[in-house]
Design a protein around this ligand. Sequence first.
Ligand code: SF4
Length: 123
Amino acid sequence: MDIRLRPHHGMCFQFYKGKGYSKKFTENMDDLLGRLSENNNTNITLTLSADSVCGSCPNNINGICKTEKKVSGYDRAVLEKCGFGEGQTIPYGEFISTVKSIILNKNLREEICGDCSWNEICK
Ligand code: SF4
């Protein structure tokens, strides 16, 4: 299973409640999160381009997010705060727990992605 994740999706995953951009999007999210939660040791690779979530998103236009500038800013902020690197491969559980302890538990999320259209869901 080759799973690539944009770093900021490590925050989105922790607030996901079945809502999303389309039915295809939420079906893919449900499947992906289901597989990852079955095995926290699954390796994921951090990417700053379209990932395993974006693949089913209507905002993904030929591999480029419609809001690429904004979301890549979120990605870079998560990489920097968590000490991750682009292209790094790590176990999913380690990725999620690091994002949680360094960003979410310290209330730094809104500083990173407070202008996201889904912000209210993550409060
Ligand atoms: S294409 Fe953009 S809006 Fe869609 S999941 Fe990827 S980063 Fe998010």
